[in-house]
Write a new protein. Structure first.
Length: 197
C-alpha cells in the first residue's frame, strides 16, 4: 500500500510540476552554474547505497589549496532560499519513482555515518529513506542527532499510511513557516561523529 501511494503521488507531482521544475532548473544553472543537479551516494533500505539527486545549492568555490571552501561559504543566498523552501529536494521524487526512496521515511544521510550508528540508531535503515520524515516535522535540523535518530526509530516502529499522510501535511506547514532549517551556527547540521555518551 505504501509503495503504491508513493508511486501515485510522486508520478502526479512530477507531472504537475514539470514546467515549474524546468524553470527552477534554469534558475539554478543561471545562479549557481553547472551541473544543475547534485548527485551523491547515500544509504537506503538496509544501508544499501543509491544515488540521490537534488538541485544544487552551493557553488564549487575553492581555496588557494584547491580544496572546497566550507559549506557556509559556498552556500549562496539563492541556495539558502532553495533549502529554506525545500525546493532543492523536489528532484528526489525521481528517486521515489525508482524505488530508492519513499515520500516519508528517515532522511538519507552520509555513507560515512554508517559505522558510527549504535544498533538502535541503525534501525532507521529498516525502511526506505524519505524526502520528509517524522524528524523533519519535529525539529528538522534544529534538534540534536540523538533526538533526530530517536524520532527516526519511532517512525520505523509506528509507520502507517495515515501517519505518512499526516507527516506530508505537516511538512507543507513546516516549509511555509521555514522552521528548523539549520542548527545554530551551521549551514545545515554539524557532522555526526557517533555516540559520545
Amino acid at each position: 500500500m505504501k509503495r503504491s501511494f508513493d508511486l501515485l503521488v510522486a508520478a502526479l507531482a512530477l507531472l504537475l510540476m514539470a514546467l515549474p521544475l524546468l524553470v527552477l532548473a534554469c534558475f539554478v544553472r543561471w545562479k549557481l552554474g553547472s551541473p544543475v543537479m547534485f548527485c551523491q551516494v547515500r544509504p537506503g533500505l538496509k544501508g544499501q547505497s543509491f544515488k540521490m539527486v537534488k538541485f544544487r545549492t552551493m557553488t564549487d568555490a575553492r581555496g588557494s589549496d584547491g580544496q572546497l571552501l566550507p559549506d557556509a561559504v559556498r552556500l549562496t543566498a539563492f541556495g539558502r532560499f532553495l533549502r529554506a523552501s525545500s525546493l532543492d529536494e523536489l528532484p528526489e521524487l525521481w528517486n521515489v519513482l525508482k524505488g530508492d526512496m519513499s515520500l516519508v521515511g528517515p532522511r538519507p544521510l552520509l555513507m560515512e555515518y554508517l559505522p558510527l550508528y549504535s544498533p538502535e540508531q541503525a534501525r532507521r535503515h529498516e525502511v526506505r529513506p524519505g524526502i520528509t520524515g517524522w524528524a523533519q516535522v519535529n525539529g528538522r535540523n534544529a534538534i540534536s542527532w540523538p533526538e533526530k535518530f530517536a524520532l527516526d526509530v519511532w517512525y520505523v516502529d509506528n509507520r502507517s499510511l495515515w501517519l505518512d499522510v499526516r507527516i506530508l501535511l505537516l511538512t507543507v506547514r513546516k516549509v511555509l513557516v521555514r522552521d528548523g532549517i539549520s542548527a545554530l551556527g551551521e549551514a545545515t547540521m554539524p557532522r555526526f561523529e557517533g555516540d559520545k555518551s
